[in-house]
Design a protein around this ligand. Structure first.
Ligand code: FAD
Length: 368
């Protein structure tokens, strides 16, 4: 890489951009990763809850993508620990989905049956069995389904580890200013503009999360990617109340290794507003206390919100229509943490061999 020319420029240093840079750098490509913030991973990739879950019962492309990514986690966690000395806290904690009424029970038991029929794991539990596993659960639940393969990760640590690993293998970083436009030579994109300066590359990856609509529109192929706000409440209960992630009443409860507990998350389409609200906080706390009454005695720590990159049918992964050197990787919505390992791998394969090991065809960006 010369002073202002890189092999590949990656726009966006969230978990997706960092996973792509890490995978490229490990394949001896030296990307330049650009983020508008002063450090990587300050947006959705910091705000996320870090649940790694795929409850689907089918073999359709999206659930297959989720499963393939989850399968990469154990090895990646070890690799990052060795390369960066960062423990990303990958824990196979499982999820317990609880139900309070026959309607919810029917839906979840049906899902569990279909999963088992199709070769995936799920176990229907009586309320007594669920209380045995998680004694803090409300006495009002009527049963639960256990998804034992679900896991969790500490996403801020994961982004830091991916960035540190990427740097170790040759990735350069340009932080603190956004990409504001593209430079062309004829039809071809040859550079991006950052703080009035042009940075050149052979290939460009747009991975700037819920802001990806801007660069795609600048290139004349607007993608309807936008923000879906999610609010989280962080509390602390000692001794720890749960071993597993608990899911019910439209929220999840994530017990972290450090004893803190996340209650999340709202899904709101309110633009680029990241302020936590009283209503959002109340929703999370009310549902949390209904699932586990003891949570009412927990210590309130903090609340925050982040912006998931939402697209109606995502993620969008592949060459931008009309361009043979611009790739889009965005729109991971609720599963960007889960999907980061496979996204990094497949985009790096696409850019180095032209042959991703899983077809990207179902996720091809088509524009609006
Ligand atoms: C409350 C909440 C809970 C969640 N829980 C989970 C979960 O449990 N499991 C899960 O798998 N997923 C979860 N998600 C979703 C997940 O966090 C996202 O899908 C994922 O983080 C998206 O990563 P990203 O890199 O695409 O976007 P981001 O993390 O938003 O990163 C985009 C980056 O691009 C940068 N950028 C933007 N514009 C420019 C520009 N013009 N130039 C340069 N840089 C730019 C930003 O500064 C940012 O760093 C959750 C999200 C939220 C908000």
């Amino acid at each position: 890489m010369s002073r202002n020319h890189a092999d590949i420029i990656v726009i966006g240093g969230g978990i997706i951009g960092c996973a792509i840079a890490y995978n490229l750098a490990k394949r001896n490509i030296q990307p330049l990763l650009i983020d508008k913030a002063a450090t990587v991973g300050t947006e959705a990739s910091w705000a996320g809850a870090g649940i790694l879950t795929s409850h689907a019962s089918t073999h359709e492309p999206y659930p297959e993508l989720c499963r393939a990514s989850l399968a990469l986690y154990p090895t990646l966690a070890e690799e990052l620990r060795t390369e960066t000395q960062i423990d990303i806290e990958f824990i196979r904690s499982g999820t317990l989905s609880v139900f309070f009424n026959p309607d919810d029970a029917a839906g979840l038991i049906g899902l569990a049956d279909r999963r088992v029929k199709n070769g995936f794991s799920a176990e229907v539990l009586t309320a007594e069995k669920a209380w045995e596993l998680e004694p803090a659960l409300s006495r009002s639940i009527v049963g639960a389904v256990l998804f034992p393969e679900d896991a969790q990760v500490r996403n801020p640590k994961m982004v830091t580890a991916l960035a540190k690993g990427a740097a170790k293998f040759g990735t350069k970083f340009q932080l603190g200013n956004p990409v504001t436009g593209f430079v062309r030579d004829g039809e071809r994109v040859v550079g991006v503009v950052v703080n009035g300066e042009t940075l050149y590359a052979d290939t460009f990856v747009i991975a700037n999360g819920c802001w990806a609509g801007e660069p795609t529109a600048q290139l004349g192929v607007p993608m309807q990617i936008g923000p879906a706000k999610g609010q989280i409440v962080l509390i602390e209960a000692m001794p720890p109340l749960f071993e597993r992630t608990i899911d019910g009443l439209g929220i999840y409860i994530v017990p972290r290794a450090d004893g803190k507990i996340l209650l999340g998350a709202t899904v709101e389409f309110v633009g680029y507003d990241k302020s936590p609200t009283v209503d959002g906080t109340k929703q999370m706390i009310d549902a949390g206390v209904a699932i586990a009454p003891q949570l009412a005695q927990a210590t309130f720590v903090q609340t925050w919100a982040g912006l998931r990159p939402y697209v109606r049918k995502g993620p969008l992964l592949g060459y931008l229509p009309g361009y043979d050197n611009v790739v889009l990787a965005s729109g991971h919505f609720k599963n960007g943490i889960l999907l980061a390992p496979i996204t990094g791998q497949l985009i790096a394969e696409l850019l180095t061999t032209g042959q991703p090991s899983l077809s990207l065809e179902p996720f091809h960006p088509t524009g609006v």
